[in-house]
Design a protein around this ligand. Structure first.
Ligand code: ATP
Ligand code: MG
Length: 420
C-alpha cells in the first residue's frame, strides 16, 4: 500500500459540517459590507516578494520569519504567498489608478499564508476578511470602520469582545519616542530576549508587541508613545473618541498597542476576546496614511482592518449560537423502476418552487430510506412507490411533527408544502 499523503501542517480542510458555518459567515458579511457601501476586490494569492518587504517592513515577524517565499524557476522572479491583504489591495489600487475617481471603500476575503507554529487559532493557511477605506483622511472613517465591526458582531451573535484603541502619531513623534524607548530598554539589555535585543536598534517599537512574559513585565513601566504625540494626531485621536462616545461604543485605550506591521500611523485598534485563550485578537487594523506613497502611488491617506475568520467562527461555536448546518426541506424516497423515474420529476419540480431537495440515491427498502430521510434533518419525506408514480402522485410525510401521511397530486405538492 502506498503511504498516505496528508495536508500540509497548519493548513486545514474545511469539511462540509463546518462549511455551513463558513457559508453563514460569508452570506452575513456580504450584506453587511453592502450596507456600508464597501465593494469587493479580488487580487492574486501570489505577489512579488518586494511588495510585502516594502509595505509590512523588514524588521517584523511576518517578513523576518513567516513568509512563504520562493523563486519562480521559470523566470527567476522572487514571489511570496500573501501573508496579509492590505499590501495587495494597495498595489492593485495604484496599478489600476482606482483613486482617480475618488476615495474607495473596498474589501477582500480569502486565504493568507504565514509560517507560524500551528496551534488553536493560529494556522499556516488562515482566512481574513479585510476592509479598506482609501483616500479618506478624517477620523470619521476610522469611526465608521469601528462602528461597522460592532454591527457585524451583533449580526453574528458575538458579545464577548472588547475594543482596544490607541494612536501611533506621525513619523516625527514616533522617532522622538523611539529614542526614549531605546534608552529605557537599554537598562534591561542583559535580560532582553534575542528578538528584543536584535530589534532594539532596528525597530524598537516592535518590542512593545512581544508576547514573551519577561518582556511584557519589563514593558510595564516603559515610556508611553502617547507623551510624544504631535498635535494633529492628538486632535485626530480625540475626534475619533468623541464619535465613539456619541455612538455609544465603549473602548479602552491600550498604550502598548503597536500592531505587528510597520505601515500603521495614528489610529490603531484591536477587537479582543477572553474566550479564545492566547489567540484572542479577532480583528485588528488602523490607519496607514503613508503606505500608498511608500509603494509608489500618489500620496493618499487610508485606514482599514482585517479579521481572522477561523477565530471568529470558533468564537461563534464556543459561545453557542444555534447549530448552523445544511438541512433539506424535502427528502425524496422511491422504490421501483417507475417510481425512480418519476422521482426525478418530483425533485426537479420542487426545486423549481425553491425547495431544497435531496433525492435518495443508493437503493434500499422504504424503511432504510426513511431512516436516511430522518437523519438528513429534512422536514418532509416525499414517498414514491410505483403506484404513486403511475397515478402522478406523491405521499408526503412530515418527519418533525405528528401528522398523517397524505397522498396528493404532484401538481399540488408545492402549494401544499408552502402552506403547511
Ligand atoms: P497575532 O498577534 O495573533 O499574531 P497579528 O497581529 O499577526 O496577530 P494581523 O496581521 O493583524 O495579526 O491579522 C489580523 C487578524 O488575522 C488577527 O487579529 C487574527 O485574528 C488573524 N490572524 C493573524 N494571523 C493568523 C494565523 N496565523 N492564524 C489564524 N488567524 C490569524
Ligand atoms: Mg502574528
Amino acid at each position: 500500500m502506498p503511504e498516505t499523503i496528508r495536508a500540509v501542517r497548519g493548513m486545514n480542510d474545511i469539511l462540509p459540517d463546518e462549511s455551513s458555518l463558513w457559508a453563514f459567515f460569508e452570506d452575513t458579511i456580504r450584506t453587511w459590507l453592502a450596507g456600508y457601501g464597501y465593494r469587493n476586490l479580488r487580487t492574486p494569492i501570489v505577489e512579488q516578494t518586494d511588495l510585502f518587504v516594502r509595505s509590512i517592513g523588514e524588521v517584523t515577524d511576518i517578513v523576518e520569519k513567516e513568509m512563504y517565499s520562493f523563486v519562480d524557476h521559470l523566470n527567476g522572479e522572487n514571489l511570496t504567498l500573501r501573508p496579509e491583504g492590505t499590501a495587495s489591495c494597495v498595489r492593485a489600487v495604484i496599478e489600476h489608478n482606482l483613486l482617480y475617481s475618488g476615495p474607495q471603500r473596498l474589501y477582500y476575503n480569502g486565504p493568507m499564508f504565514r509560517h507560524e507554529r500551528p496551534q488553536k487559532g493560529r494556522y499556516r493557511q488562515f482566512h481574513q476578511v479585510g476592509v479598506e477605506a482609501l483616500g479618506f483622511s478624517d477620523p470619521d472613517i476610522d469611526a465608521e470602520l469601528i462602528i461597522m465591526c460592532t454591527r457585524l458582531w451583533r449580526l453574528l451573535g458575538i458579545s464577548d469582545v472588547r475594543l482596544e484603541i490607541s494612536t501611533l502619531g506621525n513619523i516625527e513623534s514616533r522617532s522622538i519616542y523611539r529614542a526614549r524607548l531605546i534608552s529605557y530598554l537599554e537598562k534591561f539589555h542583559d535580560v532582553l530576549d534575542e528578538d528584543a535585543r536584535r530589534r532594539l536598534r532596528t525597530n524598537p517599537l516592535r518590542i512593545l508587541d512581544s508576547k514573551n512574559p519577561t518582556m511584557r513585565a519589563i514593558l510595564e513601566d516603559a515610556p508611553h508613545l502617547f507623551d510624544d504625540l504631535d498635535e494633529d494626531s492628538l486632535a485626530h485621536f480625540d475626534a475619533l473618541q468623541q464619535i465613539l462616545h456619541n455612538q455609544g461604543i465603549s473602548f479602552e485605550i491600550n498604550h502598548r498597542l503597536v500592531r505587528g506591521l510597520d505601515y500603521y500611523n495614528r489610529t490603531v485598534f484591536e477587537w479582543v476576546t477572553d474566550k479564545l485563550g492566547a489567540q484572542g485578537t479577532i480583528c485588528a487594523g488602523g490607519r496607514y496614511d503613508g503606505l500608498i506613497a511608500q509603494i509608489g502611488g500618489k500620496p493618499a491617506p487610508a485606514c482599514g482592518f482585517a479579521m481572522g475568520i477561523e477565530r471568529i467562527l470558533s468564537l461563534i461555536s464556543e459561545t453557542g449560537t444555534a447549530e448552523i448546518r445544511f438541512v433539506p426541506d424535502v427528502y425524496v424516497v422511491h422504490q421501483g423502476d417507475t417510481a425512480a423515474e418519476f422521482s426525478w420529476k418530483v425533485a426537479e419540480s420542487l426545486r423549481d418552487e425553491g425547495f431544497k431537495v435531496v433525492r435518495h440515491s443508493g437503493g434500499g427498502n422504504f424503511k432504510a430510506q426513511m431512516k436516511k430521510a430522518d437523519a438528513s434533518g429534512a422536514r418532509f419525506a416525499a414517498i414514491i412507490g410505483n403506484d404513486e408514480a403511475e397515478a402522478g402522485q406523491v405521499s408526503i410525510k412530515s418527519l418533525r411533527e405528528i401528522a398523517e401521511q397524505i397522498k396528493i397530486d404532484l401538481t399540488k405538492v408545492a402549494v401544499f408544502l408552502q402552506n403547511i
